[in-house]
Design a protein around this ligand. Structure first.
Ligand SMILES: [Mn+2]
Length: 456
């Protein structure tokens, strides 16, 4: 099955070039002044149990600025007579550790293959960092990621010794650079879009494989395994976020994660799963009938959510506010639910955020930025005003309707009891029509019914 699925996936793109990493850093340093010291820490590694660690995944800003994905690394950027200097602290070569844990590029490797000007062993970090700190005036670093770096920087900020008194050396202020980097990350380059397109292709075909592998009696975790197995088979690093695989009323729990229920004839399954490739995420949700045919009631809700999603995608255009897709999806859903008799309010009443009935069945936002983080960085309302969409931004569009008959807070319509539908795609804003990166994942009623339960 995986070989048949793999044929449908596009080819792997070129990695991000060293020139592009240099451009990214240049865009950042263009906003800085001599005396600034930028410090980007990697994430700490996380313990699974005893001496077993979770697979390591570094901080996305580190991936964005240099692409170094190993633990214990720190990137610094400071100004010298030669301009801005990028220095990477890395784990040194260490044969004994490498025998156990895997080969390391080390200092020499970092200087050869990566977009840096200098490299040092992380064992020398404290000494070198103190030198960099003492010749800086302002430190740009996000605290709370690496406590050892936090205390080094704090110490240098709090120095009240004679050197500071005589020469005025050392930093006197600190800034979190996250917002500046987020502004850069929000607009994707062509090379980034190619990584995202590959993650999206793999994720799309993984959903198709799961649709084909669906039949009554399957367990939710078996469909999860089909999808995540394909993520690995296709050469991605695995999931970008834990897969949500919920059948029947489990689909009405937004972040359902147990994935251990049986898929029954007559139910609809909702799967929200996406792969990560070279750090870039895909995020797809599809909903399909376990027995391969939507009932009339299921079809009514499915088609309504799909209509809302298509209308919302059409609002992913430059110059429109980021919330235009959300407003459009809400309008279509409210109108549809009024027509179906689920909501007995006027359209304006139904849309009211306090008293409208739409919130009973559609209680989340319609999307988020996506990139190196699945919920990617970038403020939605800079200066309090909704951001206008620009070419190169990528956002998800994911309306849904959830009729949890188990909920004591609502009167669930009998006809739709325990039905949860969400349809989610990743959309690139372009000068022309919205570019749906996850378009390879089928979503019309006809396509889904033609695929579900049928082998490749
Ligand atoms: Mn999403």
């Amino acid at each position: 099955m995986y070989d048949a699925a793999l044929k449908l996936v596009g080819s792997q793109p070129e990695p991000i070039s060293v020139e592009e990493y240099a451009r990214r850093v240049n865009r950042l340093t263009a906003q800085l002044r001599p005396g600034d010291l930028l410090v980007i820490p990697s994430s700490p590694s996380a313990v699974h149990s005893n001496d077993v660690h979770y697979p390591y995944r570094t901080q996305s800003d580190m991936l964005y600025l240099v692409g170094w994905d190993e633990p214990e690394a720190v990137l610094t950027v400071h100004h010298s007579d030669d301009g801005w200097i990028r220095t990477l602290f890395v784990q040194p070569k260490d044969t004994l550790k490498e025998i156990w844990e895997g080969r390391r590029p080390g200092v020499e490797g970092a200087l050869k293959g990566w977009s840096v000007d200098a490299a040092h062993s992380c064992d020398d970090m404290e000494e070198k960092m103190n030198e960099l700190l003492s010749s800086s005036k302002r430190v740009l670093m996000r605290t709370g990621i690496r406590s050892d770096l936090d205390s080094l920087v704090m110490q240098s900020l709090e120095r009240r010794d004679r050197a500071r008194q005589h020469f005025g050396t050392g930093p006197t202020s600190m800034e979190d650079p996250s917002a500046r980097i987020a502004e850069l990350r929000l607009r994707k380059s062509p090379a980034e879009i190619e990584q995202m397109r590959f993650a999206s292709d793999v994720s799309s075909i993984a959903h198709v494989a799961a649709m084909r592998n669906t039949k009554p009696g399957r367990m939710e975790y078996q469909l999860q395994a089909t999808i995540e197995g394909f993520f690995a088979y296709a050469g991605t690093s695995g999931w970008a976020y834990p897969s949500i695989v919920g059948c029947g009323d489990n689909a009405t729990v937004l972040h359902y994660h147990q994935n251990n229920d049986v898929c029954e004839d007559g139910e609809v399954i909702l799967i929200d799963a996406g792969a990560e490739y070279r750090g870039y995420a895909a995020d797809i949700t599809r909903s399909w009938p376990i027995n391969g045919r939507f009932s009339e009631a299921q079809k009514e809700i499915y088609q309504l959510v799909l209509d809302a999603q298509l209308a919302a995608i059409d609002k992913c255009r430059p110059g429109l506010p980021y919330n235009a897709p959300h407003d459009e999806a809400r309008r279509v859903l409210a109108e549809g639910l009024i027509d179906l008799g689920v909501i007995e309010q006027t359209l304006d009443e139904a849309l009211d955020l306090e008293t409208g009935d739409l919130r009973k069945w559609y209680m989340h936002n319609t999307g988020h930025w996506i990139g190196l983080d699945v919920h990617d960085v970038g403020t939605y309302k800079p200066n309090g005003e909704p951001r206008l969409l620009e070419e190169g931004m990528v956002l998800t569009v994911e309306p849904g309707l959830y009729f949890g008959a188990w909920r004591p807070d609502v009167d669930c319509p009998e006809r739709y009891a325990n039905l949860g539908i969400r349809i989610e795609d990743d959309v690139l804003v372009t000068a022309n029509n919205p570019d749906v990166l996850t378009a390879a994942c089928p979503k019309t009623v006809e396509e889904i019914e033609n695929i579900t339960g049928k082998p490749f």
